[in-house]
Design a binder for this molecule. Structure first.
Ligand SMILES: *[C@@H]1O[C@H](CO)[C@@H](O)[C@H](O)[C@H]1NC(C)=O
Ligand SMILES: *[C@@H]1O[C@H](CO)[C@@H](O)[C@H](O)[C@H]1NC(C)=O
Ligand SMILES: *[C@@H]1O[C@H](CO)[C@@H](O)[C@H](O)[C@H]1NC(C)=O
Length: 493
C-alpha cells in the first residue's frame, strides 16, 4: 500500500509536471485606456502570473489597488493638442529607445507581451519579436475589436441591422482602419526599423502571424458582432469581477445611515450640478437615500447637501455590487457596464458615444436599464431613479443577467490564464490553427443566395429594359420616317 502510494507520488508528479508550466511573466503594455489595462495586469498577478505594466507617465488614472504589479512609467512629454497617433508614437519611441527598460526586460525574459492592436501594433509587434516574447492582443471596445479582427482574421464580423446601417458602420470601421494605417502604422514601423537593429524589415501582416491569442474584453451575452473561427479568440470580459469586499469604513458608516439604500454614480465631473440637485431631491435623513460617487476629480461646492458622498479610491465594483446599491448612474463604457451586469445592479446610462449608446440599448433590451430618452433634465433623472427603486422588475432582470454571466463552466480569468499558458506550452509545437488568409473573401450561403437573386432579377430587368428600349426605338424610328416623309412633302411643295 505504502509502496503503491510512493509509486504514485513519483509517477503522478512526473505526469502532472508535463502540464505544469514554469513560472510565467507577462508584460502588459498600454498607451491608452490605462485603467482597464491596469485591471488586466492586476488580474494576471492575482492569478499567479508575474506581471509588469508599462504605461506612459502622463496620467494617473490607473487601477487604485494594484497588487504585486510592477509599474514602469515612460517619460513622455506630449504637446497639449497632440492627437492619439502622435501620443502613441511618442510613447513608442520612449519605450524602444530606453536602454534601462530593455536591459531589465532582457533579464526578465517575459513569456507574453499583452497589448491592444489599434495604435500599438506597428510599434509593439516588432518590439516583441526583438525581445523574443509571444505577442498577445487585447481588444476592448468596438473599434479595437474590428481593427484586431481585420488584422488577425480570427472571426467574421456579423451585422444584423438594416442595409443602410450596415453600409454606414462598414464605412466607419474602414475609416478607423485606414486612418490608423496612414497616421500610425507606417511611422511606427519606420521608428522600429530605425531603433531596433538586426531586426529584419517586414510587413505588418507578416508580424501579425506571430500573434497566437486574442483576448476579447467583453461578453457575448451583451454584444457579439462576429462569429469566431478559432478557439484562440478568448472572451475575457469581466476577468477582474469577483465577490464584493467591504467598503472603506468611513464610506460604509456614511451610507448605512440611509435606510432606502444608495444611488451609485460613476459619471464624470461635468455632471456635478445635476447630481447635487438629485441628492437634494431624494428623501433625506434616516429614512432617506444616499448618493455615493466614485470620482477622483469631483469636489463638492454645496456643503449643505448631506446625503452625497464622494470617494476617490473605493473599488468600483465593491460599490456597484454592494447590497445597499439600488441603481448605478454610469456612462456605460464597456467595463462599467459589465460590472453592473455581473453584480446584478440596474443601471441608467448617460452614453457619450455610439459604443456606449449600443450598451445602453442592450441594457434596456435585457430589462435591467431604463432609457432617459435623451432627456437629461433633473426631473427625468429623478423620475427614472424612482421608477427603478420602486419596481422590482429591473432588479429581477439584473439578477437574471448576472446569473447568465456567472453560470459558466470556467470564469473569465481562468479561461484567460489557461489559454496563456497553453500558448506558452505549445510554442515549439507550431500548431497551425484556422486563421484565414488575408486574401480570402468570406461569404455566407445567405450572401450567395442574395447574389443569385440579384443576378436573376438583374437579368430579367435588363432583358425587359433592352426589349422596351428596342421596341420604343423601333416605333419611334418608324413614326419618324412617317414624319420625315410628311416633312419632306411639305418642303418640296
Ligand atoms: C523618468 O524620469 C525620472 C526622473 O527624471 C527617472 O527617475 C526615471 O527613472 C525615468 N524613467 C524611465 C523609465 O526612464
Ligand atoms: C424631460 O422629462 C421631464 C419629466 O418627465 C418632462 O417634464 C420634460 O418635458 C422632458 N423634456 C423634454 C425636452 O422632453
Ligand atoms: C503552417 O502553415 C504555414 C503556412 O500557412 C506553413 O508554411 C507551415 O508549414 C505550416 N506548419 C505546419 C506544422 O503545418
Amino acid at each position: 500500500m505504502i509502496k503503491a502510494w510512493i509509486f504514485c507520488v513519483l509517477i503522478c508528479t512526473v505526469s502532472a509536471s508535463t502540464f505544469i508550466s514554469p513560472q510565467q511573466t507577462a508584460l502588459v503594455i498600454g498607451f491608452e485606456k490605462l485603467y482597464d489595462i491596469s485591471l488586466l495586469a492586476n488580474t494576471l498577478s492575482d492569478q499567479g502570473i508575474d506581471s509588469i505594466l508599462i504605461i506612459p507617465s502622463t496620467t494617473e488614472d490607473i487601477y487604485e489597488h494594484l497588487i504585486e504589479v510592477e509599474v514602469i512609467t515612460l517619460n513622455i512629454t506630449n504637446a497639449k493638442d497632440a492627437k492619439k497617433e502622435e501620443k502613441a508614437l511618442n510613447a513608442c519611441e520612449a519605450l524602444i529607445t530606453n536602454k534601462k527598460i530593455l536591459k531589465k526586460i532582457k533579464e526578465i525574459q517575459p513569456t507574453f507581451t499583452i497589448f491592444p492592436a489599434l495604435r500599438h501594433d506597428g510599434c509593439l509587434l516588432p518590439w516583441t519579436r526583438y525581445i523574443n516574447s509571444i505577442p498577445v492582443i487585447w481588444a476592448q471596445g468596438q473599434e479595437e475589436e474590428y481593427y484586431a479582427i481585420e488584422n488577425l482574421r480570427m472571426a467574421i464580423p456579423i451585422q444584423t441591422n438594416n442595409f443602410l446601417d450596415r453600409f454606414w458602420s462598414h464605412i466607419q470601421f474602414r475609416a478607423v482602419i485606414s486612418h490608423a494605417e496612414n497616421n500610425y502604422v507606417t511611422s511606427a514601423l519606420k521608428l522600429t526599423s530605425k531603433h531596433l537593429n538586426n531586426l529584419e524589415k517586414t510587413s505588418l501582416d507578416e508580424l501579425y502571424s506571430d500573434v497566437e491569442l486574442l483576448l476579447w474584453d467583453y461578453d457575448h451575452i451583451l454584444r457579439s458582432d462576429f462569429a469566431t473561427l478559432t478557439q484562440r479568440f478568448v472572451e475575457v470580459g469581466c476577468h477582474h469581477c469577483r465577490g464584493i469586499q467591504p467598503l472603506p469604513t468611513t464610506l460604509q458608516k456614511d451610507l448605512v445611515e440611509y435606510r432606502l439604500g444608495t444611488i451609485v454614480v460613476t459619471l464624470d465631473k461635468e455632471h456635478k450640478e445635476i447630481m447635487e440637485q438629485l441628492a437634494n431631491r431624494l428623501p433625506q435623513g434616516r429614512q432617506g437615500q444616499a448618493v455615493a460617487w466614485k470620482s477622483k476629480e469631483v469636489k463638492l461646492t454645496d456643503k449643505k447637501i448631506e446625503n452625497i458622498f464622494i470617494h476617490s479610491n473605493v473599488d468600483r465594483q465593491d460599490l456597484i455590487g454592494n447590497p445597499r446599491s439600488r441603481v448605478l448612474l454610469s456612462h456605460c463604457a464597456d467595463t462599467e457596464f459589465l460590472e453592473a451586469a455581473y453584480h446584478g445592479t440596474p443601471v441608467i446610462c448617460f452614453p457619450r458615444n455610439s459604443e456606449e449608446k449600443k450598451n445602453a440599448a442592450r441594457g434596456i433590451e435585457l430589462g435591467f436599464s431604463v432609457s432617459l430618452n435623451d432627456n437629461y433634465s433633473i426631473d427625468s433623472i429623478y423620475q427614472t431613479v424612482n421608477l427603478i427603486h420602486e419596481s422590482s422588475i429591473y432588479r429581477e432582470a439584473a439578477r437574471r443577467v448576472s446569473l447568465a454571466i456567472r453560470d459558466r463552466p470556467v470564469p473569465a480569468s481562468d479561461r484567460m490564464v489557461f489559454w496563456l499558458s497553453f500558448i506558452a506550452r505549445n510554442r515549439e509545437n507550431d500548431i497551425n490553427f484556422s486563421r484565414l488568409n488575408k486574401n480570402v473573401v468570406i461569404k455566407t450561403l445567405a450572401e450567395d443566395v442574395q447574389l443569385l437573386y440579384g443576378l436573376v432579377i438583374g437579368t430579367a430587368f435588363g432583358a425587359l429594359f433592352a426589349a422596351t428600349t428596342a421596341l420604343t426605338w423601333y416605333y419611334q424610328s418608324k413614326s419618324n420616317k412617317h414624319l420625315g416623309r410628311a416633312k419632306g412633302k411639305k418642303f418640296t411643295r
